[in-house]
Design a protein around this ligand. Structure first.
Ligand SMILES: Cc1cc2nc3c(=O)[nH]c(=O)nc-3n(C[C@H](O)[C@H](O)[C@H](O)COP(=O)(O)OP(=O)(O)OC[C@H]3O[C@@H](n4cnc5c(N)ncnc54)[C@H](O)[C@@H]3O)c2cc1C
Length: 440
């Protein structure tokens, strides 16, 4: 062949493998939070994200005190506080506008004595995408942090030639290979990591309602709405809450019956808003976005297969009423981060720690997040006698028993025992430190 022809035939690609101690699939808030925790502790971490940027879809808006404590430990709290809207009021339960809009009960932070709970407010309201951007900006300051955008995980293999996990992604220029000591699936409820390992996602999908998350600019404030409102109604139930400070839109999350075809759902918005929104007619609002989605109560059969771990929505998914999904996911990241740091920096035996992570976080989701989020959902729309009795009991207590406000604030502030935290990892004094695995 003439020398001139040979330059027309490209060289075969060189297959390169990029290494990291930990590879995290997914740059959602859960994956980024774990990455920050590891990178700050000096662990070499690489995040692979399918999209070209942090997801902008309207999802979580509320972070409860329980998770603010974790944000605080890692230096994120001040930024989140500054960017978000602090709910100093509490939670208002009300009837739908169509049924008169009366306030049924209020959990009032003003009734909680000062200085008794660590965070004397009912949460910070901030779009999840802004939270993720804040975490990412902190990650970028860490030399041990790397991220590859536009890299979609498609599969992994473990332990054939070595102890490491091999990963294949489809990137902007075809297939790319990675290798790590531990692989973490933080790639959301439709997790490709979970699916590629054939881990069943056990539980159910709600078949009574599909959820719609709409972001709307409307002056709810002017009509006496609090920062967080639960509208109780068999059909026109909703959560109406601020997504942030100033001119940020309000989140209006509600349900539509599942027999309504997908193509019709968004056409139902004006009718729904008529039933929900206070104020004069015709209504004048600006619809920023609206997404219908199915809500699940599902948990992965296991959060650990060999050296692959799941956390956040990849491991469990619940309906959004009560705002427990991301809260639980961030607490997973805190626990898994502590385990991996103990393995890498303190040479602790890996398998028992990670098995325990998988068991504890799965059990916590089942006993707490799953049970509570089901209760929260039924509380806003079910008129089953048992649910109605429990709801009436709660409302009666809120309306008549001043100590109820402190009880609820204390519940929201309850700092879960992270048994994986070491005092020096968590900025805690030894007396505050939780029991370690060895103590069990
Ligand atoms: C309407 C709504 C309201 C909610 N409100 C609240 C609330 O107020 N409080 C609360 O605590 N929770 C709330 N939640 C739940 C919360 O949004 C989720 O729990 C949270 O998004 C989970 O975060 P994550 O990082 O685990 O997953 P995700 O946010 O889903 O992030 C997963 C990331 O992985 C990426 N990815 C997916 N597949 C791949 C792949 N194959 N390769 C590479 N990357 C991939 C995705 O692009 C994404 O960036 C709400 C949810 C919804 C839908």
């Amino acid at each position: 062949m003439a020398a001139a022809d040979s330059v027309l035939i490209p060289q075969a690609d060189e297959i390169s493998i990029e290494n990291a101690r930990v590879v995290i699939i997914g740059a959602g808030p859960v994956g980024l939070f774990l990455a920050l925790k590891l990178a700050k502790a000096g662990v070499d971490v690489l995040v692979l994200e399918a999209e070209g940027q942090v997801s902008q879809s309207p999802r979580a808006t509320t972070y409860m005190p329980i998770v603010l404590n974790e944000l605080d430990k890692i230096g994120l709290y001040e930024d989140v506080l500054e960017a978000g809207y602090t709910n100093t009021e509490g939670i208002t339960f009300r009837k739908s506008h169509a049924k008169g809009g009366d306030v049924l009960a209020q959990m009032r932070m003003s009734q909680v004595p000062k200085g008794v709970v660590k965070y004397d407010f009912a949460g910070i309201h901030l779009g999840q995408h802004i939270l993720a951007e804040i975490i990412l900006s902190h990650c970028k300051k860490e030399p041990k942090f790397r991220i590859r955008w536009g890299h979609r995980y498609v599969g992994s293999r473990q332990g054939l030639e070595s102890d490491s996990v091999k990963i294949i992604c489809v990137g902007p220029v075809g297939e790319k290979f990675f290798s790590c000591d531990y692989l973490v699936g933080a790639d959301g409820a439709g997790s490709a990591v979970r699916r590629s390992l054939c881990i069943p996602f056990e539980g159910f999908t709600w078949s009574d309602f599909r959820f719609v998350a709409a972001n709307v600019k409307y002056d709810f404030d002017k009509y006496g709405f609090a920062t967080a409102n639960m509208v109780v109604d068999e059909e026109d139930w909703a959560v109406i809450a601020r997504t942030g400070p100033g001119n940020d839109p309000w989140r209006v999350a509600f349900g539509v019956r599942t027999d309504i075809p997908e193509s019709e759902i968004l056409k139902k918005l004006p009718e729904k808003f008529e039933s929900l929104f206070p104020g004069p007619r015709p209504l004048k609002y600006e619809l920023v976005s609206a997404n219908p989605y199915w809500a699940h109560q599902r948990v992965a059969a296991t959060l650990k297969v060999g050296k692959t771990l799941l956390c956040g929505d990849a491991g469990h998914s619940n309906n959004p009423i009560g705002g427990l999904g991301l809260t639980t996911g961030l607490l997973d990241s805190a626990a898994l981060g502590n385990c991996l740091i103990r393995i890498f920096q303190h040479n602790e035996p890996a398998d028992p720690l990670l098995e325990r992570y998988a068991q504890v976080r799965r059990d916590t989701w089942i006993k707490f997040t799953n049970a509570q989020s089901i209760d929260f959902k039924l509380r806003v729309h079910s008129f089953h006698p048992d649910v109605e009795a429990a709801r009436n009991g709660l409302f009666y207590a809120l309306n008549t028993d001043p100590s109820m406000h402190l009880k609820m604030a204390t519940m929201m502030n309850e700092i879960t025992k992270d048994e994986f935290a070491l005092p020096e990892l968590d900025g805690l004094s030894p007396t505050e430190a939780q029991t370690t695995v060895e103590d069990k």
